[in-house]
Write a protein that binds this ligand. Structure first.
Ligand SMILES: [Ca+2]
Ligand SMILES: [Ca+2]
Length: 98
């Protein structure tokens, strides 16, 4: 009888350890997935600006380079000069900015 109880205990411990291992593994996978998601968000935030409509004027940029980046980015999306940052169409956006 004692042997049977001992055997059941051993089996219970083995099952308990197994479940814990499985849980830990799942938690690690979740953390990994979260990191991957955060990485993807960070990449999508690297867009220089929103090109979907005329949202910015030169005054919204602090430097010419910034305005130029947005201007060229929108051009690359076939949105042309959606923000009208290059009024004289010479390819340089907001030339009066520093
Ligand atoms: Ca504008
Ligand atoms: Ca210009």
């Amino acid at each position: 009888m004692k042997r049977l109880v001992l055997g059941i205990l051993v089996i219970a411990v083995i099952i308990y350890l197994g479940v814990n291992r499985y849980r830990n593994h799942n938690m690690k996978t979740d953390v990994h997935n979260q990191k991957v998601l955060q990485g993807r968000e960070a990449t999508s935030q690297k867009k220089p600006c929103n090109c979907s409509y005329n949202k910015y004027n030169c005054a919204d940029f602090s430097t010419q380079a910034e305005a130029q980046k947005c201007y060229e980015y929108c051009l690359s999306l076939d949105k042309a000069d959606v923000h009208r940052l290059d009024g004289d169409n010479d390819g340089i956006a907001c030339e009066h900015l520093p």
